[in-house]
Design a binder for this molecule. Structure first.
Ligand SMILES: [Zn+2]
Length: 248
């Protein structure tokens, strides 16, 4: 690299660093994307705002956030400011139970910011006592209005359960997903992990089982749902285009 090129590279790097710093540290700053000036949001949920939310409104907001994510036109957020503002207390809208899969970034998928959502993650998004306790805290104590169980396309945990993988602690973990495989034997095509349609079918049944377990094993959440204080919803996330399908 010539001296001149090196100098230009250093200048470009400095410009990038300055731009990033400017975009994330300045409250009420603006950022330019495709020549469109968008405000940077630093607001965080307040208790008053959380109390006014209904479960249906939160679900609708998440569906709209997912549409923004799919289209690539998401809200610009100042995470540094949101971290400071949310530090004294949190008033999230929902609790999402997701797989640990690195391709399913929950806050991004719903275009939500800091303090907006509790996230419980375990490979294969099943419930156990710890996750049920976490959900009860999220809803009964911290005021969340929506419990969303989210499975996803090409889930390795689901494939592992279908293939009856045996490996260390994974063996016991996958046994929690086996009931969904057993429930899916009505599938008419090839029941193997290489068949994407079968993997999807098992993933959806796995979400249905998680919702059933939440209702059966958490009288607290069941009562809140019966009273209309929360909604328990299942969804399937498609990796290929970011689409979220609600599971009936
Ligand atoms: Zn997964």
């Amino acid at each position: 690299m010539t001296r001149r090129n090196k100098a230009i590279t250093m200048l470009s790097l400095a410009t990038i660093l300055f731009s990033c710093n400017n975009g994330t540290k300045t409250e009420n700053a603006t950022s330019t994307t495709n020549e469109e000036v968008k405000p940077v949001v630093s607001h965080v949920m307040t208790k008053e705002e959380q109390v006014k939310l209904t479960p249906d409104a939160v679900l609708q907001e998440f569906i709209e956030g997912n549409k923004r994510f799919q289209s690539g036109v998401t809200i610009l957020r100042d995470h540094s400011q949101q971290a400071r503002k949310s530090a004294p207390g949190q008033y999230p809208k929902a609790v999402v139970l997701s797989c640990i899969d690195s391709r399913v970034p929950v806050e991004d998928v719903f275009d939500q910011g800091l303090g907006d959502v509790f996230v419980g993650r375990v490979a294969g998004n099943f419930v156990n006592e710890d996750l049920l306790g976490s959900m009860e805290f999220a809803c009964k104590v911290a005021g969340a209005k929506l419990v969303l169980v989210m499975g996803h396309q090409h889930c390795g945990a689901i494939k592992g359960a279908i293939d009856d993988v045996k490996l260390g602690n994974l063996t016991v973990m996958l046994s929690k997903i086996k009931p969904a495989v057993a429930m899916s034997q009505d599938f008419t095509g090839e029941k193997i992990s290489k068949n994407d349609e079968f993997v999807k079918h098992v993933s959806e049944n796995n979400v249905r089982l998680a919702m059933k377990n939440i209702r059966e094993k958490s009288p607290i959440l069941k009562e809140m749902e019966d009273k209309g204080e929360i909604k328990i919803v299942g969804a399937f996330y498609r990796l290929t285009d970011g689409l979220l399908e609600v599971i009936k």
